[in-house]
Design a protein around this ligand. Structure first.
Ligand code: 13P
Length: 333
């Protein structure tokens, strides 16, 4: 492991006010989003859509890294340029989702464990040759009456640690992503409690496994009420609870923290980040790593009008720019 390489990659990824764009939806997730919009669920359509995202002009002004999926890192534009060569030419870091999704865990419905450690080292060798400098592994946690169980959080934390170790041995920055799902009727206080406990467990496991903490990025959900909760959270409430939770449970020496949007309304994710940045100086670099909150307007436009790449790309760049403003606490509704 070369710690300098890891730290430099994180510096490039979090150079303020830029952030990361996640376009690493699995084939299943991508297809289900396409289906809802009446887009054919073929490999060619997924390639075409990802071409739109990768070739958007000037996106590099606002985005420092793209997280790709295995299918996407191997794809090329219609006229034969590999997506990776395009990203490299824009000096955008190449990231890769390396987990293989979740399966049920234990006896309590709702608990999940993430798979994908088998063959991880060999896959990372290949992705590194393709230019990947960072990776992502997502664990999901349902907030319910009985979930997530401590057993589930501890088992996922062990898996996160093994994944992070293998990445760092390859000089690839691991994004460790424990996501508390926004689905459900839980309150912001319940979300806080689960997030705090989970972060404690994750960092205790990472430290025991001797993962180099300044060489990882935490990708986290915000502390926020569930989508079905009667009391929805304001940006100020989300900002205060999230920053408190992170300050209390994440080591100051962490490389960086980034957020997923997790099904929040597009602008809500931007407003929440903006409110956090208004709270003043933080111990770690903090930025966004959104998927849906940046892609949504572009995807909808392209689904309606597939021949019009330019309008969709303009919407993509606008959304990325809005989140750059939020990163400076300067976004206005
Ligand atoms: P969303 O912002 O759509 O939640 O996607 C980010 C991500 O990478 C989820 O794993």
């Amino acid at each position: 492991m070369d710690t300098k390489i890891l730290i430099k990659t994180i510096d490039r990824l979090t150079k303020s006010p830029k952030g990361i764009l996640a376009i690493d939806e699995s084939t299943k997730t991508c297809n289900s989003r396409f289906e809802k919009l009446g887009v054919p669920t073929t490999e060619e359509k997924r390639r075409e859509y990802r071409e739109l995202l990768v070739t958007a002009k000037n996106i590099e002004k606002y985005i420092s890294g793209y997280i790709l999926f295995d299918e996407t890192i191997r794809q090329s534009t219609k006229d034969g340029k590999s997506f990776t060569s395009i990203l490299k030419s824009k000096k955008i870091e190449i990231g890769i989702k390396v987990d293989k999704g979740t399966i049920d865990f234990g006896n309590i419905p709702g608990d999940k464990i993430t798979e994908g450690l088998d063959g991880l080292s060999e896959r990372l060798d290949e992705y590194k040759k393709m230019g990947a400098t960072f990776a992502k592994w997502r664990g999901v946690f349902n907030i319910g009456e009985k979930t997530p169980t401590e057993e589930d959080m501890k088992t996922n934390a062990e898996v996160f640690s093994k994944y992070a170790k293998v990445c760092q041995e390859h000089d690839i920055v691991p994004i460790v992503e424990p996501e508390e799902l926004i689905d459900g009727n839980h309150s912001i206080e319940q979300c806080y409690e689960v997030s705090a406990k989970n972060l404690k467990i994750v960092f205790s496991a990472l430290k025991s496994a001797e993962v180099f903490i300044p060489g990882i990025i935490l990708k986290t959900s915000m502390v926020i009420a569930g989508t079905d909760s009667q009391k929805q959270s304001t940006p100020e409430e989300v900002a205060e609870a999230t920053i408190k939770c992170l300050k209390e449970n994440v080591p100051d020496e962490i490389g960086a923290i980034v957020f997923l949007s997790g099904g929040q309304e597009d602008e809500e994710a931007t407003l929440n980040l903006n409110a956090m940045k208004k709270l003043g100086k933080l111990p770690w670099p903090l930025t966004f790593s959104y998927g849906r909150a940046i892609q949504n307007p572009a995807l909808q436009s392209w689904a309606k009008n597939p021949a019009d790449f330019l309008t969709a790309q303009k919407l993509l760049v606008e959304a990325a720019k809005a989140n750059n403003l939020a990163n400076k606490g300067k976004y206005k509704k």
